[in-house]
Design a protein around this ligand. Structure first.
Ligand SMILES: NC(=O)c1ccc[n+]([C@@H]2O[C@H](COP(=O)([O-])OP(=O)(O)OC[C@H]3O[C@@H](n4cnc5c(N)ncnc54)[C@H](O)[C@@H]3O)[C@@H](O)[C@H]2O)c1
Length: 482
């Protein structure tokens, strides 16, 4: 089917961007809003977005005018009769969407494809409101739509199978990468991303580490574009809370239960950037860090050479009566501490990604030793991340379950390895997809890390996915790709 005339219903955050994407690709677009005021706001979104592109030299003034010229705006759904495709981007409320789809089904010509941009509602339930369930599909764009390169193409059991390649081809024509999946809560990206963000909130609540330390660990250590709390603030805590609720309703996995801390912040209307404050937004003025004058240290255990060398180069000397004993580790260090004459001095240290040093203080570690460890790491150019002495410290505890979820998702046949990797790279701006990350860390390392997490938290979902376990047992280092 040739899609020449498309319509977008709802020109809010997503719809305005989606209308722009279609118009940029040369299609004629009808934008529909609820009333004249909302229409003016929607027009403003598109005008500002295209003007920004001109200011940045990505569009010429003439191109911008041509794009805006292809978009017609209306408040009347009746104008959509001849559209080849309608993309719905109204608020995430099932009743609103079902009523809109029933109406579109009545108005539009029989061959019109009706698509929803829903993030978390079942596409099947929206399709069921129409008499053309074979021509209803999910087209899930990412925010901001003109920038993000992914479209999840979601088919239901009722969708005409021939429609999936047509919509995927259309997505390519828009310059996007399509990933075709079935109708499961969260699709690929939100199903893998949101539980990780939720888990960060759970760990914060449990006092594993402080907010900024967790953000720094994931951004600087793992190399993600943002820390989990900065990203939650961007997404909106209310949205994250709702999506987690939908995931939980489908899976009944207690890990998908929205973190109580999220509920608390949402109830307090601390929703993130949109309300001015969420996890972030109430920072006291940064305090000048206390500067230690002379710190002495001792290194214990294997893997100490490189850190010792860096500390020596920075002018510190190992001492027999140290302020802090640093023990390189990726597991809790309390057993080592209790063997020492003065366990208060021991801090576990683990360098992540060459920029972050996770510093695990045991229940016996003194504040002075913890502070000395932090200052030493700062001096040698590492960002210290203070955390409790728990399996996985911060980064593994957040990263490995996400990687495990990706393996389980692939193993159920929901999406291919290439599609899952592409979805996370393009949908979240991650530097690598989960399978690429798993292979670069090493399958056995991740499997063993998951075992340690499982032993610590007794969380069934942390048990290594059988496929991961079997590949490690078989001595295979990469995932089998079709
Ligand atoms: N915001 C995101 O990051 C994001 C990302 C991907 C998908 N989505 C999904 O996109 C959809 C829209 O989200 P959003 O963030 O753009 O919401 P939004 O609130 O910014 O925009 C919704 C728009 O729909 C309009 N609207 C409401 N009822 C209407 C009607 N009956 N007819 C025409 N217009 C109507 C509103 O006036 C508003 O402009 C939701 O389903 C959401 O889950 C959002």
């Amino acid at each position: 089917m040739a899609f020449e005339m498309v319509a977008v219903v709802g020109l809010g955050t997503m719809g305005a961007g989606i209308a722009e994407v279609f118009a940029r690709a040369g299609l004629r677009v009808i934008g529909v809003e609820a009333d004249a005021d909302a229409l003016a706001t929607g027009r403003g979104h598109v005008e500002r977005s295209t003007q920004r592109a001109v200011d940045r030299g990505r569009l010429s003034g003439g191109e911008r005018d041509a794009i805006l010229g292809r978009i017609t705006l209306t408040t009347s759904r009746e104008d959509l009769r001849e559209a080849d495709l309608v993309v719905e981007a109204i608020p995430e409320v099932l009743d609103y969407k079902r009523s809109l789809f029933a109406d579109l089904d009545r108005i539009c010509k029989p061959e019109t494809v009706l698509a929803t941009n829903t993030s978390s509602l079942p596409v099947t339930a929206i399709a069921a409101a129409t008499g053309r369930q074979g021509r209803v599909i999910g087209m899930h764009f990412f925010n901001p739509a003109p920038v993000m390169g992914l479209v999840e193409v979601v088919s239901t059991v009722l969708t005409d199978p021939a429609l999936v390649p047509e919509i995927s081809e259309l997505a390519r024509r828009l310059g996007k990468t399509p990933v075709a999946v079935g109708d499961r809560a969260g699709f690929v990206v939100n199903r893998l991303l949101l539980p990780y963000l939720n888990q960060a909130a759970v760990l914060l609540e449990q006092g594993l580490a402080r907010r900024d330390d967790i953000d720094a660990a994931m951004r600087l250590g793992v190399g993600l574009p943002m820390g989990p709390f900065a990203l939650l603030d961007l997404i909106g805590l209310d949205t994250a809370y709702e999506v987690m609720g939908v995931l939980f309703d489908e899976t009944r996995d207690r890990r998908h239960a929205p973190a109580p801390l999220l509920r608390e912040l949402v109830s307090a209307r601390l929703l993130g950037r949109k309300s001015g404050r969420g996890f972030h937004g109430d920072e006291p003025r940064p305090r000048e860090p206390d500067r230690s004058t002379v710190i002495t240290f001792e290194m214990a255990g294997e893997g100490a050479d490189e850190l010792t060398e860096r500390l020596r180069t920075a002018g510190f000397k190992p001492s027999a009566d140290p302020d802090v004993i640093l023990r390189p580790a990726d597991r809790p260090v309390i057993e080592h501490a209790v063997r020492l004459q003065d366990p208060a001095r021991l801090v576990g240290v683990r360098v992540v990604g060459n920029r972050v040093a996770e510093l695990a203080a045991t229940v016996l570690t003194s504040q002075a030793a913890a502070r000395a460890a932090r200052d030493l790491m700062t001096v040698i150019g590492l960002t210290p991340v203070a955390c409790r002495d728990r399996a996985g410290f911060v980064t593994d505890a957040l990263l490995y379950p996400y990687l495990n979820d990706a393996v389980r998702m692939y193993d159920t046949g929901y999406a291919s390895i290439g599609d899952i990797d592409a979805a996370m790279r393009l949908g979240c701006g991650y530097p690598a997809g989960p399978f690429e990350t798993l292979e670069s860390i090493g399958l056995a390392v991740v499997r063993d890390g998951l075992r340690a997490l499982y032993a610590e938290y007794r969380e069934p979902a942390y048990a290594p996915a059988p496929l991961l376990d079997q590949l490690v047992t078989a001595g295979v280092h990469v995932f089998p790709r079709a």
